[in-house]
Design a binder for this molecule. Structure first.
Ligand SMILES: Nc1ncnc2c1ncn2[C@@H]1O[C@H](COP(=O)(O)OP(=O)(O)O)[C@@H](O)[C@H]1O
Ligand SMILES: Cc1ncc(COP(=O)(O)OP(=O)(O)O)c(N)n1
Length: 264
């Protein structure tokens, strides 16, 4: 048994390291958390877009998860890119069996506009994985797709928060306002209270992998035993700083800096 907090990411790869499991591992490492990763899809992508995707068969994902959980049970886990329904059923079994804090980043479409989840998988995500999640962390487009709503203003966000927790039975939800106008404002709803965290919008296109990184930090903090409120504050401070200090990698939407945040 390890003393170090352990967090698991179950997601796709981005060979440039800006999004997906490689970004998650860097974010976890920088929060002093031991990261583990089970890969769901290999992508050929860079800062300009996704060139191709190769989905790992669900029975192999089952083997990856079995190798991990039969050896050491992580303290918290997240999922990112889950392209197909079968993968979701396999992962749901482990979440039910081991009952550890689970953060779901419902990755559907990359910043570049490329689709990362089949339309059919959306129903499985809603019916099978959302009720198992401690936190669901959609961006505005994902929140709209999950709820079937058009989200254009704050009142819509409040309604979507309540649908995802009160009706769909997530433990809590954070809707990320990175794609709204004005300040970058995120909303946490835990079934009782809505907590809002705001940061000044940074004028940049260096936002590749912001959602992955944000949810990886959230998972790392939960692995340490922090509350969702505390984890939310740290993730928000971390991602704001990471965007501010983006290293300028690549020719398109570059990644954030996973090593610049030095806060508690
Ligand atoms: N330009 C920006 N300036 C400051 N914060 C941002 C900016 N873009 C995104 N964020 C923040 O990054 C996090 C990820 O949000 P978002 O980009 O909406 O997610 P995703 O990558 O899943 O689309 C949120 O905390 C959001 O508020
Ligand atoms: C393999 C892989 N997973 C997820 C994403 C999407 O990343 P995300 O952080 O949601 O946001 P953007 O990269 O679209 O800002 C990805 N591109 N690749």
């Amino acid at each position: 048994m390890s003393d170090l907090p352990i967090a698991l990411t179950v997601a796709g790869t981005d060979p440039t390291g800006g999004a997906g499991v490689f970004a998650d591992l860097k974010a976890m490492h920088s929060r002093d958390v031991y990261g583990m990763a089970a890969v769901t899809s290999l992508t050929a992508q860079n800062t300009m877009g996704v060139q191709d995707v190769y989905n790992i068969p669900a029975d192999f994902i089952d083997k990856e998860l079995n190798s991990i959980f039969s050896d050491e049970v992580p303290h918290a886990m997240k999922t990112g890119m889950l392209a197909e329904t079968d993968m979701m059923f396999v992962i749901a079994e482990y979440i039910r069996k081991y009952n550890i804090p689970y953060v779901m980043d419902p990755v559907m479409i990359a910043t570049s506009g490329d689709r990362l989840m089949t339309p059919e998988a959306m129903n499985t995500l809603i019916e099978t994985l959302i009720p198992l999640a401690s936190v669901v962390a959609p961006n505005l487009h994902e929140a709209a797709a999950i709820t079937g709503m058009k989200i254009t203003e704050e009142a819509d966000i409040h309604q979507a928060l309540k649908i995802i927790v009160d009706d769909m039975q997530a433990g809590s939800v954070i809707i990320k306002g990175g794609h709204l106008e004005g300040d970058a404002r995120d909303y946490l709803y835990d079934g009782q209270t809505i907590t809002t965290l705001s940061a000044k919008r940074i004028q940049t296109n260096q936002t590749h992998g912001t959602g992955c990184t944000f949810s990886a930090v959230l998972t790392a903090e939960l692995a340490k035993g922090r509350t969702i409120q505390q984890a939310f504050k740290t993730s928000k401070a971390y991602i704001t700083n990471a965007i501010e200090h983006s290293p300028g990698i690549g020719r398109g939407n570059g990644p954030v800096n996973h090593f610049s945040y030095k806060g508690e």
